[in-house]
Design a protein around this ligand. Structure first.
Ligand code: IMP
Ligand code: MG
Length: 179
């Protein structure tokens, strides 16, 4: 499918599933070669990261755990900047290496807030892995350790990302068509 319609908006395919899988594999190869810490916990940020987390995790070859947490800060097609608290951390993260898995970093607000809340659990270190990154929208200065693909400052759906809850199911990524 080249074009999809969600609610009132039209989207056109911009990143194929082959390109997505290739980028995820490269992230896993880099992690597998760099990370040799003892206790590693991946933390996927729901809902958006579930597909990326699943694909990446299958390619990780070191001993590790995975868990998921939830925050929500986005309505419609622009970031509200309002960040809620983390739901779902039951693990003891003290002294562990945490690798946060995010679907996309846009302004960087959401993740900055997540990082500062995660620090309260006293992990040994926190690494950031985002599948997509919008460098032109990023307003923060923290280090992003692993990036799958850099994309322009457009609104996208698919591969876990949504427009008002819909569009997460597509294995490729679609960009909002300018009108
Ligand atoms: P930030 O706080 O501006 O970095 O926004 C990050 C969050 O907004 C991500 O976790 C996504 O859930 C959502 N988001 C950012 N850009 C897009 C997009 O293009 N499509 C769908 N969701 C997005
Ligand atoms: Mg998200």
């Amino acid at each position: 499918m080249n074009r999809i319609k969600i609610h009132d908006k039209e989207f056109e395919v911009s990143i194929s599933s082959e390109k997505i899988q290739d980028a995820v594999s490269k992230m896993a190869v880099k992690m597998n070669s760099e990370i040799n810490n003892k206790e590693v916990v991946f933390i996927g940020i729901l809902n958006g990261s579930f597909m990326f987390a699943s694909d990446l995790f299958k390619k990780i070859t070191f001993d590790c755990c995975i868990t998921f947490i939830k925050v929500s800060s986005y309505q419609g097609t622009s970031s509200t900047g309002e960040v809620k608290s983390l739901i779902g951390i039951n693990e003891n993260l003290k002294g562990k290496t945490v690798i946060v898995l995010e679907d996309i970093i846009d302004s960087g607000e959401t993740l900055e807030n997540i990082i500062s809340q995660l620090k309260g659990y006293e992990p040994e270190c926190i690494k950031i892995a985002t599948f997509l990154f919008k460098p032109l929208a990023f307003k923060k200065s923290y280090k992003i350790d692993y990036v799958g693909l850099e994309i322009p400052n457009d609104f996208i759906v698919g591969y876990g990302l949504d427009y008002d809850g819909f569009g997460r199911n597509y294995p490729e990524i679609y960009t909002l068509v300018k009108s």
